[in-house]
Ligand binder design. Structure first.
Ligand code: ARG
Ligand code: ZN
Length: 879
């Protein structure tokens, strides 16, 4: 069943107070809810039926104003409890029995590694009790939970603890009160045998806040990095957004079984343990950075999401796009701004652009959905963040801050829409964003074609832009977007020239933002004594596919001289794409592959540049991934893409061996002589060291094997160890590969997060026989389909990253994935639906593969009763 934004109606009734009591037992849980309700005063005075949401609940009793109701007084179906109020204000009391101990969907109340925990966003609260489970119904919550004391010494919920005690029979209880009104999706409860690390933060108005991170006892040594990240986030949100924390206590709990990264429940964030736990010996640099980013993201939600929340789920990007923008700026401030931007843009272009080009394409504010869980997408999060970044670019940092201050002040305690957000930005800036708002309503990735001509006689330079946007499901025609294009014009020495448009009295800066608002639009710059080279879309100032007819020599020039770090990298990527596409063509025509030596020369000068940030060197040495090359292909030739890219890597490794070896050894020596620090100068150094090693091993030389084994054995951190392992796994050194894999598994068998890495490294190996290896690994004792991290580590990594093996011409990879989706559909629909996405990209492939992929989608459709999650994705993919 489709749900439409246009059908939105305000809630008939409100819930002023919610009093919950949970009695947690091993084989069931009892939930008592007292709801203090009233008719929505903005609607008429009559009293329509009250329709409460509820799923998989066993109703034990329900009372209206202390009057016990009998079955004749209400209607019950599999998702609603309907009854008739008799006064404008009333109290509902209900008791239900639920079964967290057998909840494998990990939505609502469930058990993970022996502890009770919850995940209510988006619509999980209805699996806990009968309620108005919608974000515009906000209530003040009091929660009492009781459990057996020995197994569940820690009892947590939102807000502040107000009372606790013991009961007969070894049980105990605790009551928590959350003074802030919140929708049910922000409710949380935890009961378990947990240890915590405690710290303190003093807010800008000198209030002391207790910070606690709860984990299973064996993980207590892996919490400090998350705690440091939390304190940095709290400080940053005060400094950059003026946002202060509002409760006396802030808690994070790490759980092993979690469908997503983490959840911003008020005062009690619940995290996938992969996004909390990090220490040098067991977590990579990337994992450390992810922990920092996710801790910040969830903390920032306290304002962008909790204090101001969403009116309905169509507005999801109101909180997610904004909060991703906030966390990415935070990470940029904590680490290298340019490197963070490169990572985000590479991710967006590879994955969100693919989503935009596929059957699930939807606008940042969708107007219809079947299952909201399917809309926690790259479009809502990452493109949503780009939309906020564009507003920031158009308004400038200071005005943007005025707008966000106005938004938070105006809507504190409310459930609002994306329109309300933009309105606040307009009111604070005086800028009309009417046309800009098309970014919220039109799906698809706009194309922006630019061309230029220089008039030597007039000393003028004319830049022409042409924008268009491909059709997406339900949207054939698109209107022009507002596209902010940050640019500079470079002279022959690479210096930025003064930018003066026709009609301007004087130049306005040397790097500035133009707004392309029409389908076709030209800008003429004057007073240019020589023909400039443009540096366009600096910092990726809009999420579009820009094309400009650069030749390879111009791209090499930009790689060396552009003063915008992002565009230096971008020039290298474009050069690589041109060179790789040439190789792909040669491969398809059966010709010998010949690498354009300009790419070698360009990367040589990057490697020789000792001044350049080492993380930048590493980024520039990374060729565009196979998934990105797929995304930019009309029809992706999996084998040609893989062969071309591997050929280029091999050629580069040979040609640049000495330089790579030199830089590898210098950095490995530093790693040997200094202790690990989770700090970006160290990240940078190790990223160059590690990409160098991954090239060097392609030489097959014995000294590289020796270096790899030395790094594996002697390092003090997971970044170096896992890289050494990954390099061996993809190398021709067969016996070392097997021994190292076995040694790694033996050493880390008790650490599930490290074993996830071990599974992933093997799932990603593009050597022949990938599917058989994955199938064998599914039998490994550390693997289980019940744990989402394991599913992602093995099945997700195989289908998403091992493109040659997944797309095997016989369809075996597709059949395998469909089998897993069918089995996950029954146990965990959200995970099933997410794992499905590689099959939805069938349009990118040749006819034979298309038929095989569609065949598997049809097999899933016919496989029996499908969850709404899987049904929506499969049916839209086949439409
Ligand atoms: N709001 C969470 C976050 O972005 C994500 C929760 C998503 N949950 C879900 N079941 N789809 O931090
Ligand atoms: Zn979020």
């Amino acid at each position: 069943k489709m749900i439409y934004l246009k059908d939105y109606q305000a809630p008939d009734y409100l819930i002023d107070e919610t009093h919950l009591t949970f009695e947690l037992f091993e084989d069931h849980t009892l939930v008592h809810a007292q709801l203090v309700m009233r008719r929505n005063p903005t609607l008429s005075a009559d009293l329509p039926p009250l329709v409460l949401d509820g799923q998989q609940l066993e109703l034990l009793s329900v009372a209206l104003d202390d009057r016990e109701l009998s079955a004749a007084d209400y209607q019950l179906d599999d998702s609603h409890l309907t009854l008739q109020p008799t006064a404008a204000s009333f109290v509902i009391d209900s008791s239900v029995r639920i079964h967290p101990e057998s909840n494998t969907a990990l939505e609502g109340l469930y058990k993970s590694s022996g502890m009770f925990c919850t995940q209510c966003e988006a619509e999980g609260f209805r699996k806990i009790t009968y309620y108005l489970d919608r974000p515009d119904v906000m209530s003040k919550f009091t929660t009492t939970l009781s459990a057996e004391q020995h197994s569940y010494p820690v009892l947590l919920s939102n807000g502040n603890p107000i009372a606790s005690g013991s009961e007969e029979g070894g049980r105990h209880w605790a009551t928590w009160e959350d003074p802030f009104m919140k929708p049910a999706y922000l409710f949380a409860l935890v009961a378990g045998d947990l240890w915590c690390v405690e710290d303190q933060f003093t807010t800008m108005s000198q209030r002391a806040v207790t910070l606690r991170i709860y984990v299973e006892p064996e993980n207590i040594d892996k919490v400090q990095h998350a705690m440091d990240s939390l304190k940095k986030s709290m400080k940053w949100d005060e400094e950059v957004y003026g946002r202060e924390y509002d409760l006396d206590i802030f808690m994070i709990v790490a759980v092993n079984d979690f469908n997503m990264g983490a959840m911003e429940n008020k005062g009690l964030n619940i995290f996938n343990s992969s996004c909390v736990l990090a220490k040098a010996e067991t977590a990579t640099d990337a994992a450390h950075q992810r922990v920092e980013a996710v801790v910040a993201h969830e903390y920032f939600h306290n304002w962008s999401g909790n204090r101001v929340t969403c009116r309905d789920w169509f507005q999801l990007s109101l909180k997610e796009g904004f909060t991703v923008f906030r966390d990415s700026e935070f990470s940029a401030d904590m680490n290298s701004r340019t490197v963070k931007r490169i990572e985000d843009v590479a991710y967006l272009r590879t994955h969100q652009f693919a989503e935009d080009a596929g059957p699930m394409a939807h606008p940042v504010r969708p107007d219809a959905y079947m299952e909201i869980s399917n809309f926690y997408t790259l479009t809502i999060y990452e493109k949503g963040s780009e939309v906020l970044r564009m507003i920031h670019t158009l308004l400038g940092a200071e005005t943007f801050r005025k707008g966000s201050d106005l938004y938070f002040a105006r809507h504190d305690g409310q459930a609002v829409t994306c329109d309300d957000f933009v309105q606040a930005m307009e009111d604070a800036s005086g800028v009309d964003l009417t046309q800009f708002k098309r970014w919220y309503t039109q799906a698809g990735t706009p194309r922006l074609e630019a061309s230029a001509s220089y008039d030597a006689a007039a000393n003028s330079y004319r830049l022409e832009f042409r924008q268009s946007c491909p059709a997406t499901p339900g949207q054939a025609e698109k209107l022009p977007f507002v596209i902010p294009v940050e640019l500079a014009l470079l002279d022959a020495q690479g210096r930025e020239l003064p930018l003066q448009l026709v009609g301007e009295e004087a130049p306005v800066g040397r790097s500035r933002v133009l707004q392309v608002t029409q389908a076709e639009q030209a800008f003429t710059f004057i007073n240019l004594a020589e023909k400039p080279l443009p540096s366009l879309l600096r910092g990726f100032s809009a999420p579009v596919k820009l094309s400009f007819p650069y030749d390879r020599d111009q791209l090499m020039f930009l790689m060396q001289h552009d003063s915008d770090g992002f565009n230096r990298w971008e020039a290298g990527q474009q050069l690589s794409v041109q060179v790789l596409q040439e190789l792909i063509g040669q491969y398809q025509r059966g010709e010998a592959l010949v690498l354009d030596q300009r790419l070698v020369a360009a990367l040589r000068s990057v490697l020789q540049d000792e001044q350049l940030d080492q993380a930048m060197v590493a980024e520039m040495l990374s060729l565009p991934g196979e998934a990105y090359l797929t995304e930019i292909s009309e029809v992706a030739d999996v084998d040609a893409i893989h062969a071309a890219r591997e050929f280029a890597r091999g050629e580069l490794a040979t040609a640049l061996f000495d330089l790579l070896w030199q830089r590898y050894q210098a950095n490995r020596e530093l790693s040997r002589s200094t202790a690990y620090i989770a700090e970006f100068t160290h990240f940078a150094r190790r990223s160059l060291q590690n990409i160098a090693l991954s090239y060097l091993v392609l030489s097959g030389r014995p000294e590289v094997l020796a270096a790899c084994l030395e790094q594996y054995e002697a390092c003090d951190n997971m970044t170096e160890r896992l890289t050494a392992l990954a390099v061996l796994v993809n190398s021709p050194f067969e016996s070392e590969r097997a021994t190292t894999l076995a040694a790694f598994a033996e050493h880390f068998k008790d650490n599930p997060l490290v074993m996830d890495q071990w599974f992933s490294v093997q799932a990603g190996s593009t050597l022949p026989g990938g599917l058989a290896r994955v199938q064998a690994l599914m039998q490994h004792p550390a693997f289980t389909l019940k744990n989402p991290n394991k599913v992602r580590a093995l099945i997700g990594a195989f289908a998403g990253q091992n493109l040659v093996n997944f797309h095997a011409a016989d369809g075996s990879g597709y059949r395998f994935l469909a089998d897993q989706v069918i089995s996950l559909n029954a146990s965990n629909p959200q995970i099933a639906s997410r794992q499905l996405s590689p099959l939805t990209r069938w349009r990118k492939y040749d006819d034979k593969r298309q038929a095989l992929m569609k065949g598997e989608l049809e097999r899933i459709l016919a496989s029996g009763e499908l969850s709404s999650d899987v049904y929506e994705v499969v049916s839209k993919s086949l439409a």
